[in-house]
Design a protein around this ligand. Sequence first.
Ligand SMILES: [Zn+2]
Length: 189
Amino acid sequence: MNAAKPFPVQGLTPTPAQIRRHLLSVQASAQRATQMGRHPFAALLVGPDQETVLMEQCNIDTVNHAESTLARMAACNYTPQFLWGCTLYANVEPCCMCAGTVYWANIGRIVFGMSEHRLLECTGSHGENPTMSVSSHYVFEHGQKAVELIGPVVEMEAGLVAQQQAFWARRLGPQDAAAPSSHRFMRSG
Ligand SMILES: [Zn+2]
């Protein structure tokens, strides 16, 4: 970390009750995404008071994930100084693309419910979601500013994992289950 951080004060920290409430909200949003034929991922942007929900975004597709789409729109609508006091909530740990976008948008805090590692256990190398294995902790450890990362939130993880398991079990057809992983990767995209 660089000692000269651009926006060192992040303001209020979310309470455990706020974290639970916002994660339940983002879980419900992820469920709505599946009703629109999308994958069960969503993100919320909560303002510096740690209460006000400013934006909500569901998964769109493989290159427009919920968190990176929200971060880009947030950067269009708010200043970097304001966003440094905000918190982005995601039901699943952001991938390296999304973590990078949050970093460059200057959103100061991420709270996620379940880890990417647990998601990988749910999806395997599913052609629709060939989950990576690059922790967002790893991404932020290599940055120049201290984006705060809270997660996984252990008390929420079981419910969030169950949501992913239920979705990906339905998407995993018999052919996928039987094929070697290298063949399944060839189907991706
Ligand atoms: Zn992502």
